[in-house]
Design a protein around this ligand. Sequence first.
Ligand SMILES: Cc1cc2nc3c(=O)[nH]c(=O)nc-3n(C[C@H](O)[C@H](O)[C@H](O)COP(=O)(O)OP(=O)(O)OC[C@H]3O[C@@H](n4cnc5c(N)ncnc54)[C@H](O)[C@@H]3O)c2cc1C
Length: 320
Amino acid sequence: MAEVLVYVDHVDGAVRKPTLELLTLARRLGDPVAVHLGPGADTAAPVLAEHGAVKVLAADAPEFAEYLVAPKVDALQAAYDAVSPAAVLLPSSAEGKEIGARLAVRIGSGIITDAVDVEAGEEGPVATQSVFAASYTTKSRITKGTPVITVKPNSAAPEAAPAAGTVEQLAVTVADASKGTKIVSRTPRESTGRPELTEAAIVVSGGRGVNGAENFPVIEALADSLGAAVGASRAAVDAGWYPHTNQVGQTGKSVSPQLYIAAGISGAIQHRAGMQTSKTIVAINKDAEAPIFDLVDYGVVGDLFEVVPALTDEIKTRKG
Ligand SMILES: Cc1cc2nc3c(=O)[nH]c(=O)nc-3n(C[C@H](O)[C@H](O)[C@H](O)COP(=O)(O)OP(=O)(O)OC[C@H]3O[C@@H](n4cnc5c(N)ncnc54)[C@H](O)[C@@H]3O)c2cc1C
């Protein structure tokens, strides 16, 4: 069976969920071969094997941490040369997309980014994308070279399918040309204890209706009762009520959780662009005519300052 390269997103060997989703999708196309760059391959290997990796190609080099993505592209290209895969799958993070795009240029292949599904097709993998603010769903196939596809988080449910997951060291030579941008400092983001917005299974977002930074704890309390991430509309972040890193939408982050709850958000097209592929959408808005109600699965017409705390209390009660 053909092999499919899967680029592993991890923190010191702790594999992030989007990679497990990629392994699940990769199995539709062939035998997944995981590419693990940086420290922690031995920690990651059992998890990758559990989700279907027949092999784990591992490489660690100081350059991965010292420079921006180019050395990792050198390593992924080395894996590509070693395996001659049928496809290369990466997570649709900013880093995943840049690595994928650079690899595609180097190997003369086409690339599809932000896929929400990948299936095997007679003439190669077929990727589904949700485009133009999710007004269209497209299916595309790469016609040149080895398909390189980046897939959005939450596009598949990770399924276990134990495989060997044998770790093999990958020899990597980092080219001088890949050392063009050096990282000069790192500041860890202050942890909120909440899941990462783009990977969270549940997102609770607040908009202009929240009416002030001092009211965002109402949104956070609901999020915490559900183990959710907190998002915000651009109106809310531009007003300085919530950090820009939490903005959902065309010029913010794109999320596709199992459940998206929008409170006090009107549903402008630029906001929809970042959340419309969510599996279940719930809106709370006091205006029954708000456009957000056109796309919801469940809508509550009401004041968020009554509805959201009541919902939070009910969830806490049910959880016991
Ligand atoms: C180029 C460009 C890019 C953009 N990118 C983004 C983007 O990435 N993300 C984004 O979000 N926007 C983006 N915007 C802005 C977008 O057009 C909207 O202005 C923005 O989304 C509106 O935010 P909102 O829904 O919070 O505010 P509003 O449109 O003002 O809606 C507030 C809603 O809250 C409701 N409300 C008020 N009080 C309550 C209450 N007590 N209880 C319940 N409901 C209440 C109101 O009925 C209303 O529907 C972009 C715009 C442009 C031009």
